[in-house]
Design a protein around this ligand. Sequence first.
Ligand SMILES: C[S@@+](CC[C@H](N)C(=O)[O-])C[C@H]1O[C@@H](n2cnc3c(N)ncnc32)[C@H](O)[C@@H]1O
Length: 286
Amino acid sequence: MSDKPRTVRALLAATTPWLAARGVESARTDAEILIAHALGVRRLDLYLDLDRPLDDDELARARALVARRGKREPVAYLVGTRELWGLAFEVTPDVLVPRPETEHLVELALAGIAPDAAGTIVDACTGTGCVAIAVLHERPGLRAVATDLSGAACVVAARNAERHGVADRVDVRTGDLLAPCVELREVLAVLANPPYVKDAERAALAPELHFEPALALFGEGADGLGHHRRLLVEARPLLAAGGFLACEIGAGQGEQVCGLPHEGFEAARVSVDLAGLPRVACWRKT
Ligand SMILES: C[S@@+](CC[C@H](N)C(=O)[O-])C[C@H]1O[C@@H](n2cnc3c(N)ncnc32)[C@H](O)[C@@H]1O
């Protein structure tokens, strides 16, 4: 970047090509988000006062964030939040950054649970807690048990439940998949966005993904579907008759997921996202 751009306009103009040259695809958007965050204003405010002068502290804060982004650290870790389902979730390096694709899992869950339903759902592999919290936000009669193997992720999920006013309806438990909630019965739905990236794909991942916890990314087994396989066994005793298990999958796993053993469930139904890619596999208990 050229030395000491002294206005918002000059800083944006210098930052955008600097980030683009480091392989950041959304360089302009990221520059806006990071500069707005450093100045403590909204993105829109940048454009309302493009010739606003910047003092040394503001410039130093913005440059520190931009430098980290230049090393491909995800924007969400730099600003500490990411939206899903219109809700802003706290993110830390202990949790996966919520992805827009995961709204498809939320949509599918809501389609299968009546607006006035009362009962319990489980969100396994909860991370930020975004799936459970988004569903509870839309279904005031539900409670959720949210599990994660990472204790640090559970702390973030609990804070997010507090932030969105559903802490009294979310029970966050640390442990392996459904082990922390084996006592549950008559559960309406078990939802999960488990890790599903194959280990063989590790080298080809975008640089940003190397900042995210490996525990959140890499699935078990050569096909990356080990968590899904285990959930199909563990979810059945918890679910009410007619209840369902819905899991996010990778875009290339649609066929393989249909071949997983699913004793006690109807055959998998795989739904596609707006781009036509397989995104969620759903099994209804027989
Ligand atoms: C792909 S992230 C999903 C996070 C969040 N649900 C979302 O959609 O953004 C997977 C999460 O599963 C957790 N995890 C990995 N293995 C697990 C296991 N065996 N049992 C429970 N959680 C696990 C990770 O710590 C991570 O938070």
